[in-house]
Design a protein around this ligand. Structure first.
Ligand SMILES: [Zn+2]
Length: 740
C-alpha cells in the first residue's frame, strides 16, 4: 500500500502550542523503522489544486486563506497563526488525502487484498465551506470526495468518521448531497458543542470504553456499507478516543483502537470497497502513544492490503486472537441497547436506493468492450515526422506551454508515475517509458506575482486550448553507441491517445520535442528564478541541448555574452560555427542571439556567468563550487541517473534548489540522491517545484543567492508539447493521416 505524507512542511507554531505537529514526522519514521511500510511506498503529496479546493470551499474563503486576509476572529477559530507555510501545509494535507483516494480508485478490483492507501495526516473534518475551526483549514475528505465525483471516478462515497469529535464540517458540506454518506461516531459532550446533522450520528457518553464503542461500530457500519454501496470509503481513524487523550473523554485502549481499525478494514475488504484512510486527531500528552495508535492503523491496513479477506464476518476481526480487549458478539448486542451509545439516522438523507448499474457508471470502457463487433469504426491517426514537428512548434509557444505543463503538474492536474527505465545492454543503453494523463483544466488556479502572466500567456493563445485533457506516453532510448552509426544517441517516439476513448490519435517523432521542451522548461525556470539583469551565459556541453538552450534562454533574457566549453575542442568549435549560422538566419528582432565564444577550460567558461547551463553526459561533477558567483542561476539538465551527478555537491548544498518533480528528483537525480546519502542536506533542501513557483510560490529571495534548477524531464512536458504540435498540425494540415 502507498502512504502520502506532508510532514516536511511544518508550519511555525508558538511555543507550547498544543497541536502535536511532531507526531506526523515521528509516525513516518516509526513506519519505516518497524518496516510497516516500504520506504518506496511513502510519497510526498503534491499540494491540492486551488480549483479542487473551490469544489467545496467558497472562493472568498480560499482567497482569504491564500493571501492571509482572514479576519482575526476567523483565524483564531482555526487555531493556527497564519503563515505561508500554514497555507502550503494545508494544501499538502488535502493533496495527500486526494492522492490516497485516487490511488485506490485506480487500482483494479479483484486483486488480492484490500485496496487501501493512506494520508499520514489529514482528517480536517471541522472545516466548513466558508470557515475553518479546530485546527482545520480545508476539509481534506470533502475536497477529495468532490474531486473524484467531478472526475467521474466514483459515483458515491461514504465517510466513516471515528475521530472522537463530530465531523461537523463534513456533515454540513454534504447535508444535501445524496452522493456522499456521512457517518460520525463521537463523544456527545465534546467539541463541537453545537453538532451538525450527519447522515448517521452515533454518540457516546463520557467514559465509554472498548466494548461499547466496538459494539456500536459493529451494529451500524455493515448496514451503512451494504445499503449505501459506496465506491470508496474515507476512514478517519482518529487517535483521540484513546483513554490517555487530553481532549477525548472516552476510555478506549490502544488495543481497542486497533480492533476498531481491523474491523473497518475487514468490513471494507469483504465488500471489495477501496479505502482511503486518514489519521485525524490525537492529543495525548504522550506523543509516543499517539504514534503507536496511528502506526497500528497503518499496520492493519497494510496487512489487509497484502492478503485477501479471510472472512466476511465482522466477528472474526473483533475476535481475532491479537486483540486483547476484544468484545464477544453476545455482549455486543447488550451494549447496543444500553443508554449511553445513542444513534440517530437523519431521516432526510438516509440511504438513497443504490444505483443498480453502478459498474457501468464507474467504468464506461466496459460498455465499449461489449459493443457488437460490427459497430466498431477504424481508428484514424496522424503521423508527424521530426520536420513536421519543427514546422509547427516555435520556441515561444513551447516556453508558454511548458509553463502551463509544470503548473498543472505541481497542482495535481497530472497523473504521472516516475518514469520506468530498463537497462538494455548492461549500462550502455537505456529504454524509458513515460506516460502521462493531463486532466482538463477548467479554471484559473493562480495566486502570486509570477503565475498570472504565465497563465495569460497560455490562455491568450487562441490556438492552444489549455483546458483540454491530454493522454499519451513517450518511449525514449539512450544508446551511446549510436553516434558511431551516425544516429542521435537520444531517440524518442511519442504516442498521443484520445483521452475519451483511448484510441490512437497521433504518433510523433519525439527527438526534437525532447530537445526543445527541455530547453523551454529551463527557460521557464530562468524567467522565474534568475536575476532580471542577467546578461552572461555559460554553457557546459556542446550537443543539441546546448544549442536549444542558447535559443530558449535568448527568448527570456537579454544575453550579451555567451561562452561554451566541452571536453572536445573540435566539438565546441563546431558548436560556435553552427551558432553563428543560426544567428544569421534569425532576424525577428526579439531573442537576438549573442556571439558565442568557445573557451579552453570549464572554469574560464563559468566564472562571472549569471546563467549556467549544464548539459553534459558526464557521470561526475563538471561544475566546481568556487567558480560560481553569487546570484547565479544554474540549470542542470544532464546526470539523470541516481548514480550520476554533474554539480559539485558543495554547490548544491550552498544553493537554493528547485526541481521539476520532487518525487523524481528524490529517486532519479544523483545530484540530489547522493547529496542526501552523504548527509549534506535532507529531502527538504528542495525548496519547490518550478510549477509551484509558476503558481506563486516564493522563488528567488535576494540578488546574492544562487538558485539551481535540477531538471529531469517529465512525461507531462512531452505529452503537452506533442498535444500542442498535434493541434497545430491538424489546423495547418501538416503530417500524414493514417488508418489502423
Ligand atoms: Zn478530533
Amino acid at each position: 500500500m502507498k502512504a502520502f505524507y506532508s510532514d516536511t512542511f511544518v508550519l511555525p507554531l508558538p511555543e507550547h502550542h498544543r497541536f502535536p505537529m511532531t507526531k506526523y514526522r515521528l509516525l513516518r519514521e516509526r513506519l519505516i523503522a518497524e518496516r510497516i511500510i516500504d520506504a518506496d511506498d511513502l510519497r510526498v503529496a503534491d499540494p491540492v489544486a486551488w480549483d479542487d479546493l473551490r469544489l467545496v470551499h467558497d472562493a472568498g474563503y480560499v482567497d482569504a486563506v491564500a493571501n492571509g486576509t482572514l479576519p482575526a476572529d476567523m483565524q483564531r477559530r482555526i487555531g493556527f497563526p497564519w503563515s505561508p507555510m500554514m497555507v502550503e501545509r494545508s494544501r499538502r494535507s488535502v493533496g495527500a488525502t486526494l492522492a490516497a483516494a485516487r490511488e485506490v480508485c485506480r487500482d483494479e478490483p479483484g486483486a488480492v487484498g484490500l485496496r487501501v492507501s493512506a494520508n499520514l495526516a489529514g482528517g480536517t473534518h471541522h472545516a466548513f465551506r466558508d470557515r475553518g475551526e479546530g485546527y482545520c483549514v480545508f476539509n481534506d475528505v470533502a475536497v477529495a470526495a468532490s474531486a473524484l465525483l467531478r472526475d467521474g471516478e466514483i459515483a458515491r462515497a461514504a465517510v466513516i468518521d471515528c475521530d472522537v469529535h463530530q465531523g461537523n464540517g463534513t456533515a454540513a458540506i454534504f447535508r444535501d448531497d445524496p452522493r456522499v454518506f456521512t457517518f460520525s461516531l463521537h463523544g456527545a459532550n465534546n467539541f463541537p458543542f453545537r453538532k451538525e446533522t450527519s447522515d448517521l450520528d452515533v454518540t457516546f457518553e463520557d467514559g465509554a470504553g472498548d466494548d461499547e464503542y466496538l459494539a456500536a461500530l459493529e451494529q451500524h457500519l455493515p448496514p451503512v456499507l451494504d445499503r449505501f454501496q459506496p465506491d470508496i470509503v474515507f476512514y478517519l481513524a482518529g487517535a483521540d478516543p484513546y483513554e490517555g487523550d487530553r481532549l477525548g473523554r472516552l476510555e478506549l485502549t490502544i488495543d481497542g483502537l486497533r480492533t476498531r481499525d481491523r474491523f473497518v478494514f475487514n468490513a471494507c475488504c469483504g465488500r471489495s470497497l477501496p479505502v482511503a484512510v486518514v489519521m485525524s486527531g490525537g492529543y495525548a500528552p504522550d506523543v509516543d502513544a499517539i504514534v503507536t495508535i496511528h502506526a497500528n492503523t497503518i499496520r492493519e491496513a497494510a496487512a489487509f492490503a497484502r492478503s485477501a479477506v479471510n472472512s466476511q464476518s465482522a466477528h472474526s476481526a473483533i475476535n481475532s486472537p491479537s486483540a486483547h480487549s476484544a468484545i464477544n458478539p453476545q455482549s455486543a448486542h447488550s451494549a447496543i441497547s444500553s443508554q449511553s451509545a445513542h444513534s440517530a439516522i437523519n431521516p432526510q438523507s438516509a440511504f438513497n436506493p443504490p444505483i443498480t448499474n453502478k459498474s457501468a457508471i464507474r467504468n464506461p470502457q466496459s460498455a465499449m468492450r461489449n459493443a457488437p463487433i460490427g459497430a466498431t469504426v477504424s481508428v484514424c491517426f496522424r503521423l508527424l515526422t521530426e520536420d513536421d514537428v519543427k514546422r509547427v512548434l516555435t520556441m515561444d509557444d513551447l516556453i508558454d506551454a511548458m509553463s502551463g505543463a509544470l503548473r498543472s503538474f505541481s497542482t495535481g492536474q497530472v497523473a504521472q508515475p516516475v518514469r520506468t527505465v530498463i537497462s538494455v545492454k548492461g549500462d550502455e543503453a537505456f529504454f524509458g517509458l513515460m506516460p502521462a494523463y493531463v486532466r482538463a483544466d477548467t479554471g484559473d488556479a493562480n495566486f502570486g506575482a509570477a503565475g498570472p502572466a504565465d497563465i495569460r500567456a497560455d490562455r491568450g493563445d487562441a490556438n492552444y486550448s489549455a483546458a483540454a485533457a491530454s493522454l499519451g506516453a513517450k518511449l525514449v532510448t539512450v544508446f551511446g553507441g549510436n553516434i558511431a552509426r551516425g544516429l542521435h544517441s537520444h531517440l524518442a517516439s511519442i504516442v498521443l491517445l484520445d483521452p475519451d476513448t483511448g484510441a490512437l490519435r497521433a504518433l510523433l517523432d519525439g527527438r526534437y520535442i525532447t530537445e526543445a521542451r527541455t530547453a523551454a522548461v529551463s527557460a521557464v525556470s530562468s524567467r522565474l528564478l534568475a536575476r532580471k539583469t542577467a546578461q552572461s551565459l555559460a554553457i557546459i556541453g556542446s550537443g543539441v541541448q546546448a544549442r536549444s538552450h542558447l535559443e530558449a534562454l535568448s527568448r527570456v533574457h537579454n544575453i550579451r555574452y555567451a561562452a561554451v566549453w566541452s571536453p572536445n575542442k573540435a566539438h565546441r568549435d563546431q558548436f560556435v560555427a553552427n551558432c553563428t549560422r543560426d544567428a544569421a538566419a534569425t532576424h525577428d528582432g526579439r531573442g537576438a542571439r549573442p556571439d558565442v565564444k568557445a573557451v579552453d577550460h570549464a572554469g574560464e567558461c563559468i566564472v562571472g556567468a549569471d546563467l549556467i547551463v549544464l548539459a553534459t553526459s558526464s557521470p561526475a561533477p563538471v561544475l566546481e563550487n568556487g567558480w560560481v558567483k553569487p546570484g547565479a542561476h544554474v540549470m542542470s539538465v544532464g546526470a539523470c541517473r541516481p548514480n550520476q551527478r554533474e554539480m559539485d555537491p558543495a554547490l548544491v548544498a550552498r544553493a537554493r534548489l528547485f526541481v521539476d518533480s520532487r518525487a523524481a528528483a528524490l529517486v532519479e537525480s544523483g545530484d540530489v540522491v547522493l547529496g542526501i546519502q552523504e548527509g549534506r542536506f535532507g529531502p527538504d533542501h528542495i525548496v519547490a517545484e518550478v510549477g509551484e513557483v509558476v503558481n506563486g510560490a516564493e522563488g528567488r529571495r535576494s540578488d546574492g543567492e544562487i538558485t539551481i534548477f535540477k531538471s529531469l524531464g517529465l512525461a507531462v512536458e512531452d505529452v503537452t508539447a506533442a498535444d500542442l504540435a498535434y493541434r497545430r498540425a491538424v489546423e495547418r494540415r501538416i503530417g500524414q493521416e493514417l488508418e489502423l
